[in-house]
Design a protein. Structure first.
Length: 116
């Protein structure tokens, strides 16, 4: 049951209203449809070749179970092997380095305080 507010002069009253779902759907048939501009548009541009999210998930699981490689260079090698096993190709070392560097340069690993 829903209520509707009706004002009469300075006073306001709440009145209960009851609707059957079938009546509501018949009156507003497009109520649950998404407007055209909100519908998912096909992705444009070149499709992503590398699923970095899956890479990070596997890296986190590896770090949790086996420990994070002790050096960034070792982690870069682990990443290159990971890609070769799954895609039969690997991104450039510079790309891997760019994706991994924030982990090894994180302030908790380097001992630096935030903002310094």
């Amino acid at each position: 049951m829903s209520y509707v507010l009706r004002t009469v002069g300075p006073a306001a009253y709440w009145f209960p209203i009851m609707l059957h779902t079938d009546d509501l759907a018949a009156t507003f048939p497009r109520l649950h449809e998404r407007p055209e501009e909100e519908q998912s548009a096909p992705k444009r541009g070149r499709p992503r070749e590398i699923n970095w999210d899956q890479f990070y998930v596997d890296l986190i699981v590896h770090a949790d179970l086996d420990g994070l490689p002790s050096s960034q260079a070792e982690c870069e090698q682990w990443a290159a092997n990971w890609f070769m096993e799954r895609l039969n190709k690997s991104p450039a070392v510079s790309t891997i380095r760019e994706k991994i560097a924030p982990i090894y340069n994180h302030r908790r690993r380097t001992g630096k305080k935030a903002g310094k």
